[in-house]
Design a protein around this ligand. Structure first.
Ligand code: SAH
Ligand code: SF4
Length: 409
């Protein structure tokens, strides 16, 4: 958005008045892709009424489906992968000038040497300025891509090889944001806690980077997502404990509580390892809020496997968990090796059961907050304030605590 605005584009409220309509897409689950295809279908008439409108699909689905998008929706003008976004303005101009469909994607993981594939992804994207949910908050990319290849996951294919951005660059960008009034930054990476930068000679790990960012004037809150359980090292936990601007909030997805399932997912740890990691977090940072992701109904998941996941949720005191029904992704190892053999009905039931178990834990956790005073960073009017069109002094607001608890007041 920032790049487009710099180039003179403006946001409009309705697609009817837009000359350019872009879908920023996700490929992690099938459902998200289905929604984009049906939304594209609904735009056909727009193109008939106003042929000059430029319609584009950007992000992971563009990288994954490429030509298929043009085939399925011939009225699309642009298909631009996540590693090519800095060319977006140029490609929009070309489409507007009537140059025909524009396709810009990065190399496949096996289409060249590691350096060639990586080069086709990151440097471009790194030039795109930080995303800003609000004036006071920003997201800064620390890493691009992923090398883990968890068997269910499409991310390593669509986001390319894991690459860490030089620490100096991250610090400079964060300082610039702070100078412009930003008080909260979130460092982003698929496995952000395995961040390491050796470009300047010395080794800079995530904990070192946190120390450097911590000294930037004006910043009040520093977060980082997402953490990989195996890389939750002591130096990182100590940094979170010792740096008061680093929020005691850790998102560390477990995915499953069953060793058999974790093995098939190729996560590289056992449930006992995960529990021990949690114990180390609680010991070092007693006030930390920990959150997790889970996939239910992964290939071959039995009732007994699922019981172990339930047990992990009941006993781990997660602040909240994001729970997903397994969605098979063509091109991944799981799609190739294992049958998607848990029925949709069972996936749905397990999803609901796990959610209920997590909700019970979250409620207990929330009840412990009653009567406490917390510091909230306001993000804007609450949902109901927006719905009711409230304004002025009596407007209901929503914000977050340092532990990422949502507060409406
Ligand atoms: N890099 C992060 C998460 C990336 S995707 C990590 O490793 O934790 C975000 C979440 O989507 C994952 O944690 C996982 O729970 C879920 N997810 C990924 N692939 C999925 C699939 N094929 N089906 C269902 N959920 C999936
Ligand atoms: Fe996907 Fe695993 Fe990489 Fe996360 S760590 S992005 S789940 S492959």
């Amino acid at each position: 958005v920032a790049t487009l605005e710099d180039a003179g584009f403006q946001r409009v409220d309705s697609r009817r008045s837009a000359d350019v309509i872009l879908f920023n897409t996700c490929s992690v689950r099938q459902h998200a892709e289905d929604k984009v295809y049906s939304a594209l279908g609904r735009l056909k008439h727009v193109k008939e009424h106003r042929p000059g409108t430029v319609i584009g699909v950007i992000g992971c689905m563009a990288q994954k489906d490429r030509q298929r998008i043009f085939r399925q929706a011939p009225h699309v003008d642009l298909v631009v992968g996540p590693g090519q976004l800095s060319r977006l303005v140029e490609l929009i101009e070309r489409a507007k000038a009537g140059d025909g469909p524009q396709l810009a994607i990065s190399l496949d993981r096996h289409a060249g040497t590691r350096a060639e594939v990586a080069g086709s992804f990151t440097r471009l994207d790194f030039n795109v300025p930080a995303r800003r949910p609000s004036g006071a908050q920003a997201m800064v990319r620390a890493m691009f891509g992923c090398d883990n290849f968890c068997t269910y996951c499409i991310v390593p294919s669509v986001r390319g090889p894991e690459q860490c951005r030089p620490a100096d660059e991250i610090v400079t960008e964060t300082r610039r944001l702070a100078d412009a009034g930003c008080i909260e930054v979130t460092l982003l990476g698929q496995t952000v806690n395995s961040y390491v930068d050796r470009s300047g000679g010395a080794t800079v790990r995530l904990s070192d980077l946190l120390y450097r960012i911590h000294d930037i004037d004006g910043l009040q809150r520093i977060r980082f997502v997402t953490n990989y359980p195996k890389h939750m090292t002591d130096d990182l936990l100590a940094a979170v404990r010792d740096l008061d601007r680093v929020c005691p909030y850790l998102h560390v997805p477990a995915q499953s509580g069953s060793d058999a399932v974790l093995r098939r997912m190729k996560r590289g740890y056992t449930a006992a390892f995960y529990r021990d990691m949690l114990r180390r977090i609680r010991e070092t940072i007693p006030n930390a809020a920990v959150t997790s992701d889970f996939i239910v109904g992964f290939c071959g998941e039995t009732d007994a496997d699922f019981e172990q996941t339930l047990d992990l949720v009941r006993h781990s005191r997660f602040k909240n968990s994001f729970i997903f029904k397994y969605s098979t992704r063509p091109g991944t190892k799981a799609a190739e090796l294992y049958a998607d053999d848990v029925s949709e009905a069972v996936k749905r039931r397990r999803n609901n059961e796990l959610l209920a178990a997590q909700n019970a834990v979250s409620l207990e956790d929330n009840l412990r907050q009653v009567g406490r005073q917390v510091e909230v960073l306001v993000e804007g009017p609450s949902k109901s304030a927006r719905k009711q069109g409230q304004e002025g002094d009596r407007q209901e607001l929503v914000g977050r605590t340092t532990c990422d608890r949502i507060v409406v007041f």
